[in-house]
Each structure stands twice: as C-alpha cells, then as structure tokens.
Design a protein around this ligand. Sequence first.
Ligand SMILES: [Zn+2]
Length: 371
Amino acid sequence: MSVLHLTGPVLARLDSSGEVEVRDQAWVLDGRITFDRPSSAGSTEGVEVLDGWVLPGLVDAHSHVGLGPAGPVDEATARRQAETDRDAGALLLRDAGSPADTRWMDDDDAMPRVLRAGRHVARSRRYLRGVGEEVEPDDLVAAVSAQARAGDGWVKIVGDWIDRTTGDLAPCWPVEELTRAVEAAHALGARVAVHTFSEQTLPDLLAAGVDCWEHATGLDGETAAAAAAAGVAITPTLVNTARFLEFAAAGAPKFPTYAAHMRALHARRSQAVRDAVDAGVRLLVGTDAGTEMPHGLVADEVAALVGAGLTPLQALSAASWGSRAYLGASALEEGAPADLLVLPADPREDVEVLRAPRAVVLRGRAVAPRG
Ligand SMILES: [Zn+2]
C-alpha cells in the first residue's frame, strides 16, 4: 500500500480557542490522515514525499455546478467546472442552487465533494430565467420542502430581486411565508441559505430564522450585530458583487432607481464585510461560480476578503477550517479524509500562496497541479 508523507508543517485545525493547531508532519494511508508514522513508512520504498505547508482543502460555499449562462449544462461541462474548482484547491463545494442533476459526481472519486441545495426557489419572474423553481408565496412552503428533500441539507431561496413594478430591489416574500418555509426546511433537517442584496430584506431574514445570508451587501453595523447574535453565517461573494456596477449600467435605462441602489451597495460592499467581521459574524468563502462567474476563483475570493479588511487568518478560516466545521466537514484530524493543499509557504503570512499549491490532494490522491 502506498503512503504519502506530508513533511509539514501541518496547519491541522482550529482549537477551541481559535488558535491553529500546528503538527510537524503527517501521513496519508488509505486515503486518510494519520499523525502516527505508519510501519510501512519505515523504508522509502512506496513512500511519496510532499514537502510544504499543509492546509485542509478549501471550501467554496457558494458555487453552482452544472449551471452556465444559459441554464443547465451537459455532464462534460459540469465535470470541467468541478475539476476547475478542485484544481484551484476547492475540495468541498456547497452548491447554492442548480437545475442540473449532478448526483453522478458523488460516485466519482475525482470529483470534489458537493453539498447541494437542490434548485433555487424563486418568486415568479423574479430571478434568472430557467434556473429556479418559480412559485408564488402560497406555494413557498411546498417548494422549499421538496428542495429540502432533494438536497444535501441545504435549501436556497432567492430573498430579493428587482421588482419591475417599482423599479427597485425588493423582498420577494411576505415574512410570514418565509418563516413557515424556514420552519419546514428545519423540520426536514435542512438549513436555509438566502440570496439577498438589499438592506430592506435583512430584518425579514432575521425574523424568519434564515441560517445563511448570501451576498448580504445590505448589511450595516446594526444588522451585522443582530446576525451575529442569531448565529447567522454570511457568504459575501466579493468576486461577484464587484460586478454590481455592470448590473447597474445594464439596468439604468429602464430602472434608474435600481441602478442607483446597486451603485450604492457596490460602494459599501467592503464596509459591509468589515461590519460583519467587527460584529463577530461567521463568514464563508464563496465565489458564486456558475451562470456568468467562472469556476476556480476560490483564491481570488480569499484575497478579496483580505483586501476588504479581514486578517489572513480570518480569511483562511472562512476558506478552510471554519467553513469546513460550519458545513460539517472535518479538518485534518486523525482518521479524517485526506483532502488538503500543500503550499510553498505559510498562508497565514500571505494568502497569495493559495494561488499556486504544490499539490492538491483529494481523498488521499494528488490531483493537481496537472500536466
Ligand atoms: Zn449564486
């Protein structure tokens, strides 16, 4: 049996006080991590050595696999999307809504691990065409329940979108219906992630008990404090909200109020992330890959979070240890699946090293760099 020797240091996990537990070295045996030198590692025969800083595999907590600019894509395209994320180090994807059936990936050891939210649940004519399950408020509970059964412990609801009758962003759901839908998802063992751009929606998300806010550009100090107190997690997707000026320009001729709103949200988006950090909100790294956004941008999002004011350690936690724990995945513990990156330098010093891993190891096998 072949053994992988990780000569370290190994940034294994966060301890209960939030400090990184650093191990000198580790081994991979049968796809799993061990900190006890295997007896078969005594000789150099059959032992492959990977030298460098070891970090648990990155998380993209807001990705869409199987979704392209024109809706669902074929299997070969979905595979390329997942491989692109994987080779960039994102070994655990929370799929934040996709109309494509990507279950086949679960049986393919070369694919990153995917936690699905089923299809987006959206208000009729209030989302990208052909992507979501579109319903009116009376059918929200039923639609959310169906997607909770179809997913992997998550449901995705589109919480606000442009209302063409008023020409501005507006919440999509009455708070009573949203609350009932969240209760229904929770009763089925699923957590709820909600797409939100607007300030106006956040009090409803709080009242309804939504677990995770996606984008959350409407955040300020007050809503951030309330989110922190309620244990809400936030996925800022800065690489995507950078495009708000494009959305504004496209909407401006017909919807000038919406365009002005999007410009204002764009101007405040880094401050919104700082408000979240200052309030102690749990942040998740997510790129919004799919539709218009390319896959493979996980290191860009980590860098963007540092650019917005997170420390490298905070951004790394959002990309790895912290998000893995939040999503129920292990870090590098004895016996844990060997999903990890080997880096040329300490990422706590400079997150830019995430862009060029020496190796990406998935299920104990080096899958990248390729070629
Ligand atoms: Zn998305």
